[in-house]
Write a protein that binds this ligand. Structure first.
Ligand code: GLY
Length: 251
């Protein structure tokens, strides 16, 4: 059974580093986070939620703190200075997990955010965003030498997974007009309207998907392919430029 590590919403969440809208309702964000953790059980996952640390307003976005593939975990050095202190608690939690056989960490000047990394099959796609630099990608290549690393230049979005996310081992969900679909050669690319691009970030496992609420065309695209969906509210998480994958690390 897969395991999902999450981290609670801190009291300081309204001070999150990147914000796409103002007036974050922290209490409502907590309710939405609780719904998210419950939805992970729809995907048959075992969950563990780390306590929040109020020194780090973005600490609930655990995805950015590590990249996990094939039993190895690379602890990142987040591109935003305000987020660098988030990683030690995540490292401790992963180090005690029986499925993590190897754990290493990025050193300066490398920067890498987990939200820029997408592992599908034998490839790891990595977005070159403002958060992930050349040295970060080089370190990723070294750590995951058994995977083909595919670099994708990014503009206008915070992370690679703002516009795409895996739908299993051979399929990817992608917002039209963002990354050229040819980048995902050999995969079944499920394109959704650009107007629903927030829904391109989903959490998928075993033929089921957690989606953000309010994106009917995306939901239809998935259900037409026999994929069971559950849609949850994300309004407050989204205001902090967060989405579904940001809230967990899945082993
Ligand atoms: N607020 C999410 C981030 O800055 O990474």
């Amino acid at each position: 059974m897969p395991f999902a590590l999450t981290r609670a919403i801190p009291n300081t969440f309204a001070n999150a580093t990147m914000q796409v809208a103002t007036a974050i309702d922290v209490a409502l964000a907590r309710t939405q986070h609780t719904q998210y953790v419950s939805a992970l059980s729809f995907l048959d996952m075992v969950t563990r939620t780390l306590p929040a640390d109020d020194q780090y307003p973005d600490c609930c976005f655990v995805e950015d703190c590590a990249v996990i593939a094939n039993g190895a975990a690379l602890i990142t050095r987040p591109g935003a200075v305000s987020r660098r202190g988030e990683t030690p608690a995540v490292r401790r939690a992963l180090a005690s997990h029986p499925l993590i056989e190897r754990i290493e960490a990025l050193d300066a000047p490398a920067t890498l955010d987990g939200g820029d990394c997408m592992h599908i099959g034998d490839r790891m796609f990595v977005g070159r965003s403002l958060r992930t630099n050349e040295a970060g990608v080089a370190r990723l290549r070294k750590m995951f030498h058994d995977l083909t690393i595919v670099e994708i230049p990014l503009a206008e979005v915070l992370h690679l997974k703002c516009v795409c996310s895996p739908l299993g081992e051979d399929r990817v969900l992608l917002a039209r007009g963002t990354i050229p679909p040819e980048v995902f050669r050999g995969l079944d690319v499920v394109l959704i309207p650009n107007g629903e691009s927030y829904a391109a970030n989903c959490v998928a496992h075993a033929g089921k998907v957690i989606l953000a609420e309010g994106y009917p065309e995306t939901r239809t695209e998935l259900e037409q392919r026999g994929i069971a969906t559950i849609a949850i509210p994300m309004s407050e998480i989204r205001k902090a430029d967060g989405s579904l994958t940001c809230l967990s690390l899945i082993i």
